[in-house]
Write a protein that binds this ligand. Structure first.
Ligand SMILES: [Zn+2]
Ligand SMILES: [Zn+2]
Length: 189
């Protein structure tokens, strides 16, 4: 989806869908597109570039970072980027701006919507996606998905810990409790 800036008078609205097959990496990225990416973007011509504002939405399938089960994530995000003329090699100061994620360089004429929309989707994926807010994840001992079924591992280790703690506290009491008792007896005598 390439738009030519020279064909835009001052503002134009582009609307459509990007099919999954057209996306840079729908495979091997750890997620899949369940739907095409829908977009509705207003392009405004500005001096030396263009401003793009609009909405991007799609549905992804990806693994939960806690329980590793695939779930579908709805993306519905606002796009707000600036396109500026590609700098020449001498203009090092301008080159630094490219580190900011909402600025793209272009040749002053061709605006390719696809990578911009794709990046917007990528940026909207949480670093640690969760299938549900309170996902309980996997048991570190047996690997059981705790959302589906409770296992006994946690309980066993808790009981063991409790017992150890109890015996530790009892011992502590013996060591430090006796001298106090002695004090009391001395006072009487
Ligand atoms: Zn989960
Ligand atoms: Zn377990």
């Amino acid at each position: 989806m390439v738009i030519l800036l020279s064909e835009i008078e001052s503002v134009c609205l582009v609307k459509g869908e990007i099919e999954r097959g057209l996306l840079p990496a729908s495979k091997g990225e750890g997620f899949d597109f369940l739907t095409p990416i829908g977009y509705e973007i207003g392009i405004t011509k500005v001096e030396n570039g263009a401003k793009l504002k609009g909405r991007v939405s799609c549905s992804l399938s990806l693994p939960c970072s806690r329980c590793l089960e695939n779930f579908s994530l709805e993306i519905d995000t606002t796009l707000d980027v600036d396109l500026i003329l590609k700098p020449t090699f001498e203009e090092k100061e301008i080159e630094l701006i490219s580190d900011e994620m909402d600025i793209y360089f272009f040749d002053g004429e061709k605006i390719d919507i696809v990578p911009i929309v794709y990046d917007e989707v990528m940026l909207s994926i949480p670093i640690k996606p969760l299938c549900q807010e309170g996902c309980r994840g996997l048991c570190p001992t047996c690997g059981n998905n705790l959302n589906i079924e409770e296992c006994q591992c946690n309980k066993v280790s808790y009981t063991l810990l409790e017992e150890k703690l109890k015996s530790f506290l009892t011992r502590q009491g013996d060591d430090y409790g006796s001298p106090k008792k002695k004090n009391i007896t001395i006072k009487k005598g």
